[in-house]
Structure formats: structure tokens, C-alpha cells
Design a protein around this ligand. Structure first.
Ligand code: VG1
Ligand code: CO
Length: 553
């Protein structure tokens, strides 16, 4: 391991900005823009300056820094190290090649008692010079920064007229090492080790290894993003699966052209392998920064809302949860499948707005053990982010214990709890104004449709979701339009906060069929009436000119 004090010619540069920096507020998880947008001079630096001036405890504190390996990652790390040193951070922990998944960063922030972390990623958005870049900010609990912090950072960006940066030679990221610049120590560590150790504590890997060695063939697609090295170490290393089990396992700056979004549209290769082929019994994929997961069985796609419900129902299969769960939570647009399980288990189930940051208080105060979102996000109190690889291991643990196929497990689940048919339809790249008009119109019509018919049911309630945080009493309003029908079905409409081109409209559809009803329909068929009803009510096709959604999940 190299240890080196770097050139003492650390000149402080105060760069005066020609124009005070103003830009959009950081959204659902950090600031996300096209790479080209980030390449404007002083843009990244200005945002980082605002973070460093706002995050409590920066001077003399520990900062965790890494990213998903996309184009701009190493440059970003270099800039942030020099700026954090100028702001007299005591220690910066960064990683070999800058590779650090979002859940692994969350874990490091917690174990190193850092004041926070900066993760360079645009998550599931594409990367490269023509793709997207992003800066995610995490607080001292390891979770995405609370809105009060991102608001304060944004406010700061509008008033900046200079930033502080040191001039020094770059820290090499190709090997572990320790360095010092001015009063700051920099540790370059392997970003995989601590995370793998954590997984070994949560799961019984020997049991999974035995199960996989019995002709249960699995495939994992890292989509050339951050999870490759984690997956190779865990699956091909500790679990002994054949080499090649991890596909696209080397992080590439442009993800090799992959769009690292684990869903049926963008992770088509692994989906076809499982849904059309016969060879594999289990398949999974994660997103750019490793916090999302998609689970597949032979001829079986597991809806993420069902995944959360199934993990909840079978949580005691994993050693870390063998004593049961204290409670669970789901984001509002996630289906109520987990609510039914929570009720059967006699534990609390909370409904939060979209975005992982809303689970933070519930996790920190010990009110929930598991939580999840319909957008391929599942996690637990082991970190404060959703965790893709953890979810894959959890599924494997349950399969290893139950010794059955994914489809059998799902069927057994539905025949016990009933099935929540569910789908999300995304309409991407709509002109922002059109999308806003559509949304505002629906919002204004909601009060008038209560009591009237919708599909073959009546509207029981219709509103814009408001969340009252049970821990700190804060109120977050306007989190999505809900149309709740008297048979328990519902449709939710939201505008995405993570897109970078125009607006994305998300339509979430849900219908419950009890355990003695038809549990094996195609979800799009089961939801056909609702799909039609919302299209005519919200005038989606008419106003966007789109005959079908860009992505159907
Ligand atoms: C999307 C998802 C949301 C998720 C967020 C960040 O937000 O719907 O559930 O928390 O992405 O995920 P939106 O506003 O586009 O619907 V990640 O993997 O980017 O950290
Ligand atoms: Co992500």
C-alpha cells in the first residue's frame, strides 16, 4: 500500500464565477443532468462548493466519496478531493477506480462515522459523453439527504460567487493507498470488501452455495455498471457459481452502451434468457449504482411490489431477520401486496412518498426492518439505501431454504394472500409543458369524480397524496394523484423527478384479486379496464400523441 504526502505546493485558488450559479433543485436523489451540462465550466465545482458549505461538520469531518464508474467519475473524484481538502475535511475515504455502489457507500458512511457522502452517479440513467451524470448527497445516517438539506444546498448555489480548490497532483486511484494534502488525509480503499463482509453477516452463504451447486443455474447481469465486481466476488467467488454467471461484469464509462436500468425494456437480454429460455432457474440485474434489482425466475418476472411482499412473508429465512420484523414500509405508488402480509404478521406497515429518503426516519427510529418501492428498490435496516445485490441474495436465501422455483414461490404466496395485479406505464420525453398541463388538469378534476364511475367501479376517494412523517411530524404534500376505487383498485399519476429529457409521466395501476379468484392472468389483461379508463380520463394519448407507453413494467 502506498503512503505519500502530496506536493506541498497546494495553492488555494479562489475562482470567481462570472455568473452566479443557478440551476434546478436537486430532485428525488441528487442533481442529475446530461454529461454535457455537467461539463460547463465551473458547474460541477459550484455544486460541490454549495454541498461543502452546507453539509454540517465538513471541516474536521470524514467524507465518503465514490461513484458508479461512469464517464466523469474519476474527474469528479479528483475535483471533490481537492475542494474538500480546501475546506479542511479531516479524512476522505474513496475507492480503487472510484468504484463504490450506493448501498456500499451508505454502509461506509455509517461504519466510518462520516458526516456524509458524495456518490457520483445518475443511477439508472445511461452514461458516457452523450449520457447523464449526477451527484448524490448522503447524510450522516448513510441515507439520501433530507429535503431540508438539498433545499439549503440549492439556496446556496444561487448565491455563490467563488469556490475553494487546491492545486495539487491527482491522487492515483489504481491501488489502495493513503495520502495527505494539507490537513486532509485521503484513504483509497477497496470499495468491495466491507460490503461483502456485511452480506456474509446477513445471509447464510453456505446454505445458498449448497443449493446453487444442485443444478440450480443462475445468471446475473451487471449491465457494465457498478455491481460487476461485487457480484463476481459474491456469486462466482463465495457462492461458487460458474465463471460467466455474472454478465457484463466490468464497469465501463459508457456501460458498453447498456442503459443500466433493470427492467423488461432496458435489461432485455437477461429478461429473454429467463422468460424465453429453459436453461436458467434464476436471473437478476441491478442498475448503474447498484441500488435497484430485478428478479426473474424461469418464465417468471417478479413484480417489485410482489418482491417486497414475498421477502416480508419469508424474512425469517435469513439469519439477520430470523427473529422477525418490527415493521415494514412502502412508497405510496407501490402495490398493497406488502400491506396484506404485514397485517397477517401483525406488524406495522407505513406508506411514504416516492424516494428512499422518506424511509430514513422510520429506519433510524427502529420502526421498520424492511422497505421498498415499486421502482425495483428493496432494502432493510442494514444500510440506509435500497440495495440491489442484497435483494438478490435474499431471494436466493429463501429459495435455498424452501428448495423450490421462483414461480412456485410466487404461486404459493398468491394462493395464501391473494394477488395484487400491478403495472407501471411510463411515458418518457414528453414536452414539459404538455405533461404539466395534463397533470394539472387531472389534479383539478379529482374532487369532481368522487362517487362517479371509473372502469366498472366507483371512485371512493381521489386526492394528491400528503405524507405526515410519524417520527418528526413534518408534512410533505403533493406527492402524486390517487384515484382509489371502491373495490380496492387504484390508479396513481406522478411526474418523474429523475428524468433529464422533458418530462416523464408515470401511471401506476393496481387491482386486487383474492386468493380464490383468477391468480394467473396476464397483468396487462387483468388491468385492461383501468388502463383504458385512465387514458380516457387523463387524455394521455390525446395530449401526448403517444399511442403506448415507452416502458411497461
Ligand atoms: C425514480 C423512482 C423512485 C426512486 C428514484 C431514485 O424516481 O420512481 O422510486 O426512488 O427514481 O432511484 P422518479 O421521480 O423518476 O419516479 V435511483 O435508483 O435513481 O437512486
Ligand atoms: Co440507482
Amino acid at each position: 500500500m502506498s503512503s505519500k504526502e502530496l506536493s506541498s505546493e497546494h495553492k488555494l485558488v479562489r475562482v470567481c464565477l462570472d455568473n452566479p450559479f443557478t440551476d434546478q433543485k436537486p430532485g428525488t436523489s441528487g442533481l442529475r443532468k446530461s454529461t454535457k451540462h455537467f461539463q460547463q465550466s465551473n458547474y460541477l465545482e459550484s455544486f460541490v462548493e454549495a454541498i461543502l458549505q452546507t453539509l454540517p461538520g465538513i471541516e474536521g469531518g470524514v467524507l465518503v466519496l465514490g461513484g458508479d464508474g461512469r464517464f466523469g467519475n474519476k474527474h469528479g473524484i479528483d475535483v471533490i478531493i481537492r475542494m474538500a481538502a480546501a475546506h479542511r475535511v479531516k479524512k476522505i475515504i474513496t475507492t480503487v477506480d472510484g468504484i463504490l455502489s450506493t448501498p456500499a457507500a451508505s454502509h461506509l458512511i455509517r461504519t466510518e462515522k462520516a458526516v456524509g457522502g458524495i456518490i457520483l452517479s445518475a443511477s439508472h440513467n445511461s452514461g458516457g459523453p452523450d449520457g447523464d451524470f449526477g451527484v448524490k448527497i448522503n447524510g450522516p445516517n448513510g441515507g439520501p439527504a433530507a429535503e431540508s438539506l438539498t433545499d439549503a444546498i440549492y439556496a446556496k448555489t444561487t448565491k455563490l460567487d467563488q469556490y475553494l480548490i487546491l492545486n495539487n497532483e491527482s491522487i492515483p486511484l489504481d491501488n489502495p493507498g493513503t495520502y495527505s494534502i494539507s490537513t486532509t488525509n485521503i484513504e483509497v480503499i477497496n470499495g468491495i470488501d466491507a460490503y461483502v463482509e456485511l452480506m456474509q453477516k446477513i445471509f447464510d452463504l453456505d446454505q445458498i452455495r449448497d443449493f446453487l451447486s444442485n443444478d440450480f443455474l443462475m445468471a446475473f447481469d451487471a449491465l457494465n455498471a457498478v455491481t460487476g465486481p461485487y457480484a463476481i466476488r459474491l456469486f462466482e467467488g463465495l457462492l461458487g457459481t460458474p465463471s460467466g454467471t455474472v454478465r457484463n461484469g466490468v464497469p465501463l464509462e459508457d456501460f458498453g452502451g447498456c442503459h443500466p436500468d433493470p427492467n423488461l425494456t432496458y435489461a432485455k437480454d437477461i429478461a429473454s434468457l429467463l422468460l424465453e429460455g429453459q436453461d436458467y432457474a434464476f436471473g437478476a440485474a441491478c442498475d448503474g449504482d447498484g441500488d435497484r434489482n430485478m428478479i426473474l425466475g424461469r418464465k417468471c418476472f417478479v413484480n417489485p411490489s410482489d418482491s417486497l411482499a414475498l421477502l416480508t412473508a419469508n424474512a425469517t429465512c435469513a439469519p439477520a431477520y430470523s427473529n422477525g420484523l418490527v415493521g415494514v414500509a412502502r412508497s405510496m405508488p407501490t402495490s398493497s401486496a406488502v400491506d396484506v402480509v404485514a397485517k397477517a404478521l401483525g406488524i406495522d406497515c407505513f406508506e411514504t412518498p416516492t424516494g428512499w429518503k422518506f424511509f430514513g426516519n422510520l429506519l433510524d427510529s427502529g420502526q421498520i426492518t424492511l422497505c421498498g418501492e415499486e421502482s425495483f428498490g428493496t432494502g432493510s435496516n442494514h444500510v440506509r439505501e435500497k440495495d440491489g445485490i442484497w435483494a438478490v441474495l435474499f431471494w436466493l436465501q429463501i429459495l435455498a431454504r424452501k428448495k423450490c422455483s421462483v414461480q412456485t414461490l410466487m404461486n404459493q404466496h398468491w394462493s395464501r394472500f391473494g394477488r395484487h395485479y400491478y403495472s407501471r406505464h411510463d411515458y418518457e420525453s414528453i414536452a414539459s409543458e404538455k405533461a404539466q398541463d395534463l397533470y394539472t388538469r387531472v389534479e383539478s378534476l379529482l374532487p369532481s369524480i368522487i362517487g362517479s364511475s371509473f372502469a366498472s367501479n366507483k371512485v371512493a376517494a381521489a386526492d394528491n397524496f400528503t405524507y405526515n412523517d410519524p417520527v418528526d411530524g413534518s408534512i410533505t404534500n403533493r406527492q402524486g394523484l390517487r384515484i382509489l376505487l371502491d373495490d380496492g383498485s387504484r390508479v396513481v399519476l406522478r411526474l418523474s423527478g429523475t428524468g433529464t429529457q422533458g418530462a416523464t409521466l408515470r401511471v401506476y395501476l393496481e387491482r386486487y384479486i383474492s386468493s380464490n379468484g383468477n391468480l394467473t392472468q396476464d397483468p396487462q389483461k387483468a388491468l385492461a379496464e383501468l388502463i383504458q379508463a385512465i387514458d380516457s380520463f387523463a387524455e394521455i394519448t390525446k395530449r401526448t400523441g403517444m399511442k403506448r407507453p415507452t416502458v411497461i413494467t
